[in-house]
Design a protein around this ligand. Structure first.
Ligand code: 13P
Length: 247
């Protein structure tokens, strides 16, 4: 099963549901539809409305983040995994570089993953190196640290998906070259196998994925799907990514 996950970031109002309706119409009649899962992560404000509308449909709704406490607390503006699950989300991103930059620590991320799994959310755990780290050839060391500081053997690996998003690639139009990306995904899976008894969760790629570069990305069969930012706000682009992937 491949994943095409659209992360809307700070985008969308109720009528933006039309974007999802277009994607859903395509999905419904796509002969390849059993080979992949579409997930969209709108902002918190739209999760309930979208999840209700798509409850019996193929598209799943997820959250872009969750707070590191489980149910209720006195943290103003915080939203817990329990609250997200109760309004119909099936997935949550954790550890997006935007949120790491805002202060999410490994300790907080571990709590987020733990509580999200407890509430039966599938966790899309994001990792990635910045430009300087790449330049210093420390990509593997950085990624390994991000994985081993947060993930534990006792976590249910069937509900964990890893999204490799190099920070220098997010929103820049730049993507890693084929060989580097292949090596990195292979390395990530090696570390995951060390954590989870020789079995690796799915590993996605994210960062400037579009309807053109998917032609190159699809050659790397070890990539289990894509986390798509900018292009997920356009139904045409998002659909073309899927079409071109299976062409
Ligand atoms: P872009 O596809 O806009 O580069 O964003 C990637 C991303 O951060 C998805 O989470």
């Amino acid at each position: 099963m491949k994943y095409f996950i659209g992360n809307w970031k700070m985008f969308g109002v109720p009528k933006s549901i039309n974007i999802l309706k277009s994607i859903n119409s395509f999905n419904l009649f796509d002969k390849n539809r059993n080979k992949y899962q579409i997930v969209i992560t709108p902002p918190y404000t739209l999760i309930h409305f979208f999840a209700k509308y798509f409850k019996k449909k193929l598209i799943k709704i997820g959250s872009q983040n969750c707070f590191y406490k489980e149910k209720y607390s006195s943290n103003t503006s915080a939203i817990s995994p329990y609250m997200i699950k109760k309004v119909g989300a099936k997935f949550t991103l954790v550890g997006h570089s935007d949120n790491r930059a805002e202060g999410d620590t490994d300790k907080m991320l571990k709590e987020k993953v733990k509580h999200a799994l407890k509430h039966n959310l599938k966790v899309v755990f994001c990792i990635g190196e910045n430009k300087k780290q790449k330049k210093n050839n420390s990509t593997n060391r950085v990624l390994k640290n991000q994985l081993i500081k947060v993930l534990e053997k006792k976590f249910n690996k069937n509900n964990i998906i890893i999204a490799y998003e190099p920070i220098w690639s997010i929103g820049t139009g730049k993507i890693p070259n084929e060989q580097d990306l292949s090596n990195t995904v292979f390395f990530i899976k090696k570390i995951l196998k060390q954590i989870f008894n020789n079995k690796s969760p799915a590993v996605l790629y994210g960062g400037s994925v579009d309807e053109n570069n998917i032609q190159m990305l699809k050659q790397l069969r070890e990539i289990d799907g894509f986390l798509i930012g900018g292009a997920s706000k356009s139904p045409k682009k998002f659909i073309d990514i899927i079409k071109n992937y299976y062409k």
